[in-house]
Design a protein around this ligand. Sequence first.
Ligand code: SF4
Length: 372
Amino acid sequence: MNRRSFLRGTAGAGLALSAGLPSLCARLAAEDGGPDARVEARHYVKLADREIECRLCPRLCRLGDKERGYCGVRENVGGTYYTLVYGKVCSLNVDPIEKKPFFHVLPGTTALSLATAGCNVNCKFCQNWEISQARPEQVETIDLSPEAAAARAADARCPSIAYTYTEPTVFFEYMVDTAARARQNGIRNVVVTGGHINAEPLAELLSVVDAVKVDLKGFTQDFYTRYVRGELGPVLETIRAVARSKAWLEIVYLVIPTLNDRMDLIREMARWVRSEAGADVPLHFSRFHPMYLVKNLPPTPVSTLEAARRAALEEGLRFVYVGNVPGHEAEDTNCPGCGTTVVARTAYRIDAVRIDKGKCEKCGTLIPGLWT
Ligand code: SF4
């Protein structure tokens, strides 16, 4: 199998579907006639003396000539700011959409999932740190223009493209252009983000995407300072903004033993989600496994995830899931009206869907989400 046919295979179905992790630093040659690596960034302002200020995320990096922002993938060249990762894809797979996870979006379908290098935070428990904490020069990439990405999704029969694995905010320009192009072709766009993005670029993004999953990594600023190197406030603002928009919102909370598993805080978080985003927003409590710089802690006990789920349900959230525990009954979606299991799941497999035109087949209760 040569490089070209390998890439075609990953975009097909079987090969990538069996992959547990993104194909890090894919050893693939350019084949799509991709764009120039250096494309002018959006959402920045020019200052005196060839300085710039990036307004894409809350870090607001202020940079002199030849300097890069914290994310490492945007560079000031003579007073003009550039993204260095436009169309430079370092991970490309066909994944079940349940893997993102989205549980109320096109169940049982696949998403063409892609990433470039870079991230604007530094989570100590990152699953994909080899690419998220890398500079563009440190990963192998393929060139994939927005047009080529949309065409590849269609070829692979993926009804959606997922911007995922690293932090898509840092490849904002490529994501927005790809999403707009894909939408023209009838392909949906879903974003997996930590939520560190400013209001103006977020509004632009929300105009071209269909669903956003926000990783809410904790519910105190202390946790964000120590383990994320980020700010909680802007993430909460992002959740509010997505909830107000036409895009579908889901939230994942990775429960890490001793670091963010206090039940009183989890309950407070669930109460906040209900009041600020709504009772219909799916909330996933995911199981932590030792990773990257947090290898000294055990996997999350399943009983902790179940207790978190109970607390969130008691606080009035209607769709609360347990994640990373394949075969757990809390992977299913149950009708809040009659209790029927309307989407039965086992890990990434869909066993049954009992939803008709957005309603429970049995009792007619509305099940919110993007089902068709
Ligand atoms: S996107 Fe990157 S360069 Fe821009 S403010 Fe955020 S970390 Fe800094």
